[in-house]
Design a protein around this ligand. Structure first.
Ligand code: MG
Length: 256
């Protein structure tokens, strides 16, 4: 009887042959070749970054919210009772008056530009000289202090995260000169049960010099005691009245 391979046998033979030839081929190559890369394989085109016109000499970029334009405090209110901010505006700057002031707008993550000057007349020592502060989300203070030839505790000098982190260096200008802070801030995140998911982080440049490098904020900056996070959402930028006539100008913010 003549041998007639069944359909199943033909299939088995075919599969065995295929395996044989593929093994032979891979053995010949030894190392399997990765797919050939071409430059286009690692390019992505969408989304295209939107255009922003940069500011000139520290002025606001086209997509910033101007928080002080040199003329009025219309973006600010008294922190205490929400009434109009009454700090004095003069010569394109405003100076600390009675009580803290807060932005009317509230923010989460942002890039903040703010310029400040310690009083020209040098008075007081340590924390009593040219003290104010910039409270990020109304809770986390980047210290403002006349730290020009004025020793105080390191985590309380200009550019510190008050009572938590000292600045990396002292980049302070003289009291008669202006200082610039550029602050990049990431708000803390909280879980639904109110516990902390991720702490706030902040990078601060003082006169263009890095003083806080993606620093982890431990909680609200307390004068006495240890910081402890409590859940919150968007919040104002608050400027501190510490009884010293510190001036501010050219304030703008970009929400991130
Ligand atoms: Mg202060």
């Amino acid at each position: 009887m003549k041998f007639q391979p069944s359909f199943t046998r033909k299939l088995a033979f075919g599969a065995a042959a295929l395996t044989f030839f593929s093994i032979t081929e891979s053995q010949a190559q030894e190392v399997p070749k990765p797919p050939k890369m071409v430059p286009e394989m690692t390019e992505f085109w969408e989304p295209e970054p939107r255009k922003v016109t940069p500011g000139v000499n520290n002025s606001a970029p086209s997509d910033a919210i101007v928080l002080f334009n040199g003329k009025d405090l219309s973006e600010w209110k008294a922190k205490g009772d929400g009434s109009d901010a009454k700090w004095q505006v003069k010569d394109g700057a405003f100076t600390v008056g009675k009580g803290d002031i807060s932005t009317k707008r509230q923010f989460n993550d942002f890039q903040l530009h703010i310029e400040w000057s310690a009083p020209d007349e040098v008075k007081g020592t340590s924390q009593g000289r040219g003290n104010s502060g910039i409270f990020l989300q109304d809770r986390y203070e980047v210290q403002v202090l006349d730290s020009y030839n004025n020793r105080t505790y390191s985590n309380g000098q200009a550019g510190s995260i008050y009572k938590q982190h000292r600045p990396l260096v002292n980049a302070m200008n003289k009291p008669t000169e202006w200082n610039v802070y550029d602050i990049i801030y990431t708000a803390p995140r909280f879980k639904e049960d109110g516990t902390l998911f991720s702490p706030a982080r902040v990078t601060v440049l003082h006169n263009g010099v890095l003083v806080q490098n993606n620093t982890e904020i431990k909680g609200p900056t307390e004068y006495i005691g240890l910081p402890e996070y409590k859940p919150h959402g968007k919040a104002s930028i608050t400027l501190q009245d510490h009884g010293n006539p510190v001036s501010f100008r050219n304030v703008w913010i970009r929400e991130l």
